[in-house]
Design a protein around this ligand. Structure first.
Ligand code: AMP
Length: 288
């Protein structure tokens, strides 16, 4: 098992990256907020396949949390994360302090435009500006050849692709499939908030997406399939649905007919926890 090096400052990070570059290594980067699980580790594994060295970061970014959100209680467990990264073959962890990411006087924000407005952007004002700002800074600091992001956060992935193209950040962005629990629930650091009873209910979210996706692929009316999916979630014990919608996978425009390969996007609330999930919807007859 490789020993995981830890850089806690920008200077340490730059020195470690320069060392890798001096050895001619291709670098993969996996940005995270910690509380790592198998979903994060799948990104590290993909990074190992795509490059010679993998750099992960752990930074709970205050700019992407709203004032009433869970920044203070977001799970933090660096010792466990270090052990998981080491086991996954990660080479370097960047675990900066707040001043390394937002030094005194920091004032620039990256605004992502229309892609940041619907879905998560409508529910969490300012969230994607916070995400884009920190991801831009991290991508520029690490200057990796490739960076890995999960399809779990589909809108975030689309926005980061747009930002990297628009700002000519020279890192390739690769999306990785959603890693799920045995009952289908998408792995998430926030699943730790769920009570045992809520955890049982939570599996209704991937199930509702699967049923709606199958129905739409088989030619069901899109609005009717979405309404049935929402009803199913509420009947299962979800308290509120922020959105349950069919969208263009790249523009995020909402679709009322399946006229192209699409993405079903959902966010719903269980107690104090918001759960996100999404699923591909293929054009009829395009299943392999
Ligand atoms: P987070 O720590 O939640 O900010 O997530 C860091 C990265 O891991 C993001 O690119 C997420 O999309 C990705 N990720 C989180 N959960 C999963 C999952 N269940 N499967 C695949 N990727 C994930």
């Amino acid at each position: 098992m490789t020993r995981l090096a830890i850089a806690r400052s920008v200077a340490d990070l730059r020195a470690a990256i320069a060392g890798m570059r001096a050895l001619g290594k291709r670098i993969a980067f996996v940005p995270t907020m910690g509380a790592l699980h198998a979903g994060h580790l799948s990104l590290v594994a993909r990074g190992r396949a795509a490059a010679d060295a993998v750099v992960a970061s752990i930074f709970v970014n205050p700019k992407q949390f709203g004032p009433a959100e869970d920044f203070d209680r977001y799970p933090r467990n660096e010792a466990a994360d270090v052990a998981l990264l080491e086991g996954a073959g990660c080479d370097l962890l960047f675990a900066p302090g707040i001043d390394d990411i937002y030094p005194a006087g920091f004032a620039t924000e990256v605004r992502v435009g229309p892609l940041g407005e619907p879905f998560e952007g409508a529910i969490r004002p300012g969230h994607f500006t916070g995400v884009a700002t920190v991801v831009a800074r991290l991508l520029l600091l690490v200057s990796a050849d490739v960076a890995l992001f999960g399809e779990k956060d589909w809108q975030q992935l689309v926005i980061i692709r747009r930002m990297v193209a628009d700002l000519a950040i020279p890192t390739a962005i690769e999306g990785c499939p959603i890693v799920r629990e045995a009952d289908g629930l998408a792995m998430s650091s926030r699943n730790a908030y769920l009570s045992a009873a809520e955890r049982t209910v939570a599996a209704a979210l991937p199930r509702a997406l699967e049923i709606a996706a199958d129905a739409i692929e088989m030619g069901a009316d899109v609005q009717a399939a979405l309404a049935a999916g929402r009803a199913r979630l509420l009947a299962s014990g979800f308290e509120a649905i922020d959105y349950f919608a069919l969208a263009d996978p790249d523009t995020l425009a909402e679709l009322s007919v399946l006229d192209r390969p699409a993405r079903l996007l959902a966010a719903a609330r269980l107690g104090t926890t918001r759960l996100l999930d999404n699923r591909e919807v293929r054009l009829r007859g395009s299943r392999p």
